[in-house]
Ligand binder design. Structure first.
Ligand SMILES: Nc1ncnc2c1ncn2[C@@H]1O[C@H](COP(=O)(O)OP(=O)(O)OP(=O)(O)O)[C@@H](O)[C@H]1O
Ligand SMILES: [Mg+2]
Length: 291
């Protein structure tokens, strides 16, 4: 296999993991390896995982260590190629026609072209990282379109011709796995499933992201969140919730609410689903006692 891209001194998963940590992101060996391989082989990185496990943040950190701008394409139901690639600024074209009177107007000049994330990434692949976020929210048609784009990295504008990337841009795709993605799309990418971090790692993340939180509070919140995730919840807390719960409880504790009461009082930061709360609140003392 040929290594198509040298990654600015980050020669291997460990150096990359160190650089990511400097960018405030803690990657375990699996994620660091997948990210390294995707970058070195010039392939898109596909990250799947539950909500709040750090998928979007991973893409931001990768852009940051490469010193590139992150261009984000947020997917949603009904998203189409125009929203992803480019659109013509119709009101502006109309205005130009009106102002020009009898003069000729080139309606397909740069002035009228609105570049959307995919075109922006293609135009400057060395300066930008393309994040295609939550691709599972888009429909199958859009996925097929993306597959085509990820095969040849071109955008064809009928009025202008085909724009080809000077080199394959760095692309990160994320999915919450609300549905299966096409086999063909997966095959194009380096794939990594981001699970919940192990307790030691999650405590490190809490300490890194919430500077006010003491180490024993971080460890305790991580144990409590681990216990919550073992319960049959509709929306188990992600890493973001762990960080916020630790911060919120620390704040209440500073105002005189004792431990572990402070965790219980701040539970609305960790769980945001009424049925989950109804189920957990009566059990919370036991969960916190064990944590
Ligand atoms: N490995 C990590 N290192 C540092 N911070 C992390 C890590 N994982 C998660 N976080 C924290 O959790 C927050 C949520 O992460 P992020 O938004 O990337 O989750 P996500 O997987 O994209 O979730 P969603 O599916 O809801 O979009 C981040 O803002 C960050 O504070
Ligand atoms: Mg996200």
């Amino acid at each position: 296999m040929t290594v198509r891209r040298s990654i600015q001194g980050m020669d291997g998963p460990e150096p990359l993991a160190r650089a990511l940590r400097d960018a405030q992101y803690i990657a375990d060996e699996g994620l660091a390896t997948a990210a390294y391989l995707a970058l070195a082989l010039g392939k898109p990185l596909l990250l799947e995982g539950a909500p709040g496990v750090g998928k979007t943040e991973a893409a931001k950190a990768i852009a940051s260590v490469l010193g590139r701008e992150l261009v984000r394409l947020q997917c949603y139901e009904g998203i189409d190629a125009a929203a992803a690639m480019y659109e013509w600024n119709f009101p502006r074209q109309m205005l130009a026609i009106r102002q020009a009177g009898d003069d000729y107007v080139n309606l397909y000049a740069d002035d009228f072209l609105i570049a959307r994330p995919i075109l922006r990434a293609l135009e400057a692949p060395r300066d930008r990282v393309l994040l295609i976020d939550e691709i599972d929210r888009a429909d199958h048609e859009f996925e097929a379109f993306l597959l085509e784009f990820l095969s040849d990295f071109t955008v064809s504008i009928p009025e202008r011709g085909t724009i080809r990337a000077a080199e394959p841009p760095v692309v990160v795709l994320t999915s919450n796995r609300t549905r299966e993605l096409h086999e063909a799309l997966r095959r194009r990418c380096v794939y990594h499933w981001i699970g919940y971090p192990d307790p030691a790692l999650e405590a490190q993340i809490v300490m890194m992201r919430a500077s006010t939180v003491a180490q024993d509070t971080a460890q305790r919140v991580v144990r409590a969140v681990g216990a919550l995730r073992a319960e049959p919840l509709a929306k188990p807390p992600g890493v973001a919730e762990t960080v916020e719960w630790a911060e919120a409880a620390t704040l209440l504790n500073a105002q005189g609410v004792p431990w572990p009461r402070a965790f219980a009082r701040a539970i609305g930061v960790a769980l945001k689903d009424q049925e989950d709360l109804d189920y957990i609140v009566p059990r919370l003392d036991a969960i916190l006692g064990a944590a």
